[in-house]
Design a protein around this ligand. Structure first.
Ligand SMILES: NC(=O)c1ccc[n+]([C@@H]2O[C@H](COP(=O)([O-])OP(=O)(O)OC[C@H]3O[C@@H](n4cnc5c(N)ncnc54)[C@H](OP(=O)(O)O)[C@@H]3O)[C@@H](O)[C@H]2O)c1
Length: 257
């Protein structure tokens, strides 16, 4: 049960993990600021959750930093004292090796996964510290700890998320504000692979073929678990993966016989 928090911002609430986290936080009667580009999805979610909590849909592109600052500096009074920031919106684009990857793709991943996550933290953290109440939950990835072929900039953005979370924790010593980095392995049933392969369903489906990935609910459970720990407990990192996955495989090129 979430005791000390009343208002959460969830980015990427239009799909996947963010949508599942918003639903679970609503069940805890936390009011929600729902962030993503697709306004129709945010409005539908606000409608769906209206029996459980109040929602404020905030459609925006997280890469537009000027607009983001404007929107978050003028949140309606009922949503202004944000206690929980779930920095979930993020994406991988492409799986090409670094020397064939698109610069545009790299730029978008860095802008959404790192710059926007840092900007939202920068916008909301001073209020949390002033009220001495708050929790930043950053959704990283096992890709931030274990490299894989074609993971180049995506993995690097998630390493940023992990290290930024740990450094925030250090800066927040002496306050009651908590920070958690949640680092999932393969999660199915979200739009992640469809986005990575730019709408190529065959490739996207292939990622999960004959495997049993985590689902978005499993990651959302970790979010709610972290924020519902007793006030004196900070969960620094949660790394979770499906039973069918393991970290640490290195790539080897073998000479052909
Ligand atoms: N799926 C996995 O295997 C996996 C594994 C580890 C970590 N993760 C991480 O988990 C997080 C959520 O992934 P997911 O699997 O739930 O993916 P998803 O289903 O594709 O959801 C991504 C969310 O981010 C939002 N988003 C993307 N770009 C945005 C932008 N420029 N402005 C505003 N919102 C934006 C999308 O909303 P709109 O399109 O409506 O803007 C969507 O709601 C990501 O950070 C991802 O890196 C995923």
């Amino acid at each position: 049960m979430i005791k000390q928090y009343r208002i959460a911002v969830v980015t990427g609430a239009s799909a996947g993990i963010g949508l599942a986290a918003a639903r679970k936080l609503a069940r805890e009667s936390v009011k929600l600021v729902l962030v993503a580009r697709r306004e129709d999805k945010l409005r539908a979610l606000a409608e769906e959750l209206s029996g459980e909590t109040e929602c404020h849909p905030l459609p925006c592109d997280l890469r537009d930093s000027e607009n983001l600052a404007r929107l978050f500096k003028s949140l309606p009074d009922a949503f202004a004292a944000v206690d929980i920031l779930v920095n979930n919106a993020g994406l991988a684009l492409g799986l090409e090796p670094a020397h064939r990857a698109s610069w545009e793709d790299w730029r978008v991943m860095m802008d959404v996964n790192c710059v926007a996550l840092a900007q939202l933290t920068h916008l909301l953290l001073p209020g949390m510290v002033a009220r001495n109440c708050g929790h930043i939950v950053n959704i990283g990835s096992i890709a931030g700890s274990y490299p894989y072929v074609g993971g180049n900039v995506y993995g690097a953005t998630k390493a940023f998320v992990k290290q930024f979370s740990l450094n925030l924790k250090a800066d927040l010593l002496g306050t009651s504000v908590r920070v958690t980095s949640i680092e999932p392995g393969m999660v199915g049933g979200t739009e992640f692979s469809l986005v990575r392969f730019k709408g190529d369903e065959r490739k996207a489906v292939g990622v999960y073929e004959d495997a049993e990935p985590l689902d978005a609910e499993a990651v959302a459970d970790a979010v709610v678990w972290a924020v519902s720990r007793p006030a004196g407990v900070n969960i620094n990192r949660i790394e979770l993966m499906p039973v069918c996955q393991a970290p640490g495989q290195t790539a080897v090129v073998r000479k052909s016989p």
